[in-house]
Design a protein around this ligand. Structure first.
Ligand code: ATP
Ligand code: AMO
Length: 465
């Protein structure tokens, strides 16, 4: 009998078997009595060969040659092993000797982008150019305007499987550590991260905002005695600047937890959480990582079993020693963050590290000042390859200090009344962090643009598709 098989599962063990596959006609070419059809399913391809014979008519061979690219086809045939080696991680080493082909859904004969062009690496494009072959280079706007087609490339299929894995591993680890998954409102009366980058909207005649983070409500969940909480949800930021790492809507992986003695409890948990995420990706996503590497080559992430912690002043000193002057009570700019990433890599051989004890002046109002020196704070950022993926801190849980801090930061406390009042009924010391999912995937795979790790990116210039 015939068996439905996934293209990714076709291998030599199925030799001589009659299989049925469904995929897309990636390309078809014919010469006389033989036609070659490449069928692709979720990033994996297989060559199907139709040869005129007793069971295969001339008409079928011609029909196969004329299939429009990206049509959905069902192919029935026998698995065989060709003599030639196939040098690709996504093209199967076996072929299918075609018996029958049905077109299930026809694609338009003219497409806005060609999948083979979209899947070509920069390295292959340059090599071809040297040899005098000119391929189409598919630009970012063409890709994003036709994202449904672009997402069909092997690298993109892999990127979003990895993204799915990151949130799965995040959730799995936190559930095993007794965290409760929560869902906080995305419609809010005011801003949670300070006024500027907020989307305003009309809420039945009342002015409202889209949540810039779950910050206020995840802390209120701690006030409500949930002990340890996390959330995976959308975050909205009306960013003005068009950069490689800012989106106007992204996915936040947030957590908040009771602290017994020190904010290092949050850092210890984050270190172990991320080692488990990186280990999980390396163990379970080998094929996906290879597929991404084929189009966008990258160095595997280096990380230590015990996450490196550096204080902000230590980071400033490392930069100073390398001839980079930065304000010891200011924030690091993108360039000095990158430079510090290189210096840390050279000295400690890790791409993943924590910088903590930031100057209080550059942190949000809800951040706990350091007890020994209130120019500093109990806060941290976490970096991959010199770029921020996480921000977090111990929080102010004294309502009077919170009112003062909000005032010092120029925030109108009226919009924060319910939040601040939550701390008047007794609160455990607590802290937490927010992770940008798209940034984790972008930086784990060293993709140079966050749009590559966002399914349908929203940036200051893009609201569609
Ligand atoms: P966080 O909100 O926690 O700081 P983030 O990664 O969004 O997270 P930003 O505050 O937006 O960080 O920026 C961090 C640093 O990057 C800032 O100190 C700023 O100097 C720099 N930066 C931000 N936007 C740009 C830009 N468009 N060009 C160059 N540098 C930028
Ligand atoms: P922060 O504003 O640093 O902190 O955001 C947390 C993390 O979210 C990611 N991120 C972004 N990703 C894509 N596009 C953006 N425009 C963008 N802005 C931020 C980054 C960043 O590290 N409430 C705090 C977190 C906390 O203290 O728990 C907060 O929102 O990866």
């Amino acid at each position: 009998g015939r068996i439905w098989t996934k293209v990714s599962e076709l291998d030599a063990a199925l030799k001589e078997r009659n299989v049925l596959i469904r995929g897309r006609a990636q390309s078809a070419r014919g010469k006389g009595k033989i036609a070659f059809l490449i069928v692709r399913e979720q990033g994996y391809t297989v060559q199907c060969v139709a040869t005129v014979s007793e069971s295969v008519s001339k008409g079928l061979v011609k029909y196969v040659t004329g299939l429009s690219k990206e049509s959905i086809v069902d192919v029935e045939g026998v698995v065989s092993k060709p003599d030639v080696e196939i040098a690709s991680t996504t093209q199967q080493v076996v072929e299918i000797q075609v018996r029958k082909v049905y077109c299930v859904s026809k694609a338009a004969s003219v497409l806005p982008l060609n999948l083979e062009d979209a899947a070509r690496s920069e390295r292959d494009l340059e090599k071809a150019e040297k040899e005098g072959v000119q391929y189409v280079r598919v630009g970012q706007d063409t890709r994003l305007n036709n994202r449904v087609l672009d997402l069909r490339t092997p690298a993109n299929q892999a990127i979003f499987r990895i993204q799915s894995y990151v949130s799965m591993l995040f959730r799995q680890y936190l559930l095993s550590e007794d965290f409760v998954e929560i869902h906080t409102p995305k419609l809010m009366a005011g801003a949670s991260e300070g006024g500027s980058a907020v989307f305003k909207l009309d809420y039945k005649g009342q002015s409202a905002c889209l949540a810039q983070s779950p910050q206020l409500h995840k802390q209120m969940a701690i006030c409500a005695d949930f002990g340890r909480v996390f959330e995976i949800g959308p975050v909205f930021r009306a960013e003005d600047s068009f950069t490689h790492r800012h989106l106007c809507e992204f996915t936040g992986l947030d957590l908040e937890m009771e602290i017994k003695e020190h904010y290092f409890e949050v850092l210890d948990l984050l270190g172990e959480l991320f080692v488990s995420i990186f280990d999980g990706l390396n163990a379970k996503c080998k094929k996906e990582l290879q597929a991404i590497n084929q189009q966008y080559p990258f160095e595997p992430l280096q990380y230590l079993r015990k996450t490196l912690l550096l204080t902000f002043p230590e980071g400033v000193q490392m930069l100073k020693d390398a001839g980079v002057e930065v304000d010891p009570f200011g924030d690091l700019n993108t360039e000095s963050e990158r430079r510090l990433g290189q210096l840390v890599k050279e000295k400690y051989n890790t791409d993943f590290y924590v910088l903590h004890r930031y100057p209080l002046a550059v942190r949000p109002f809800y951040t706990m000042p350091a007890v020994d020196d209130n120019r500093y704070s109990n806060s941290f950022d976490v970096f991959i390859r010199g770029e921020e993926i996480i921000s977090g801190a111990q929080r102010v849980h004294d309502p009077d200090l919170l009112v003062k801090r909000a005032g010092d930061c120029g925030i109108d406390v009226k919009t924060l009344t319910a939040y601040i009042d939550s701390f008047r009924w007794g609160t455990v010391p607590h802290g937490g962090a927010g992770v940008g999912l798209e940034r984790v995937v972008m930086l784990f795979c060293a993709l140079n643009n966050i749009r590559k790790s966002s399914l349908f990116p929203r940036d200051p210039q893009r609201l569609a598709p």
